[in-house]
Design a protein around this ligand. Structure first.
Ligand SMILES: [Zn+2]
Length: 105
């Protein structure tokens, strides 16, 4: 097979020795990898506006809202009265026996 030879719509011989790869989403005639914008979700802190990123796994966004929220809560975020707060923005209030948002300075 020759370099750059198009085998069929979804397969192409790349100009690298011994490479015969199936490229995901090769777009027919143009032979470009198809990239498109997708909607992803992040949990955003209501206190400081910081968005949650999962440093451990290297994720910065999730494919649905529930997963984004769950990932944030696993990282120590919490939801108080319908708003999400990062670990820097809420405190445990011993008198109330519950977590409360930190007062903004
Ligand atoms: Zn915050």
């Amino acid at each position: 097979m020759k370099e750059g030879e198009i085998i069929n719509e979804n397969e192409i011989v790349l100009p690298v020795p011994c490479s015969h790869v199936v490229a995901a989403g090769v777009g027919g005639k143009e032979n470009k990898i198809m990239i498109r914008e997708v909607d992803m979700y992040q949990c955003v802190c209501d206190g400081c506006g910081k968005s949650h990123v999962d440093d451990f796994n290297g994720y910065v966004a999730w494919s649905d809202e529930t997963m984004a929220a769950e990932a944030a809560y696993e990282s120590g975020w919490t939801n108080i009265e319908g708003k999400d707060y990062c670990p820097d923005c809420y405190v445990y209030d011993e008198e109330l026996d519950e977590y409360t948002p930190k007062k903004k300075l």
